[in-house]
Ligand binder design. Sequence first.
Ligand SMILES: [Zn+2]
Length: 220
Amino acid sequence: MKTIKHSASYALQLTTPIFPINCYIVKEDNYCTLIDCSNRGTAKSIIKAIEKTQLPLRYIILTHAHSDHTGDIQKISLHFPEAEICIGKREYEDSQNGVHNIRMPIKPTTLLSEGDRIGNLLVQETPGHTNGSITLIDQRVDTAYVGDLLQSQGGLSISGDIRWLFPFPAMATVDKHRAIQSVEQLIEKNSPKQIFCGHGPAITYIKENFDKIIIRAKKI
Ligand SMILES: [Zn+2]
């Protein structure tokens, strides 16, 4: 896995090669938080990157429960037994109710809802890609971790709007129109400067670009 340092955002981006999947380590004053767990087979690299920060891992937060985000969460959790396991309340309920493709491989310790806080990360419910997808906002630096609500791989787009160079997140999306609403609300409530997504490089928020992708997503 490749590590990209975003020091100004307190973030480390861990990316798999070829089929790019991101997860993130967010540094707080005296601990760190892991957002998403990438794909299966990446536990070793993730654990190594966490240990390299020399900060204890206190939270593992999942933006949603697709397998390329839950990855090896059991192994990571075994290695860091002190870390709380957090996921959106609705997403966990869907995993228990057999909703297609939503699987939580481990029992969470904390269920999150709109407005909850984990350290400096504020929870916003952003349904669309899945019913229970959440976004984490780091208000220290106006950064948003959106999971698959947006993608930059294959071209910037909103979940559900297919980019043929990387169509997979769109194909796994349950409701594009809710995703568009979630993006609009995310921008309105938080005016994020930088956005970290599940697939592709970090996104700098530029109003014109977002106006364009919203129009494009609404059209099709
Ligand atoms: Zn997904």
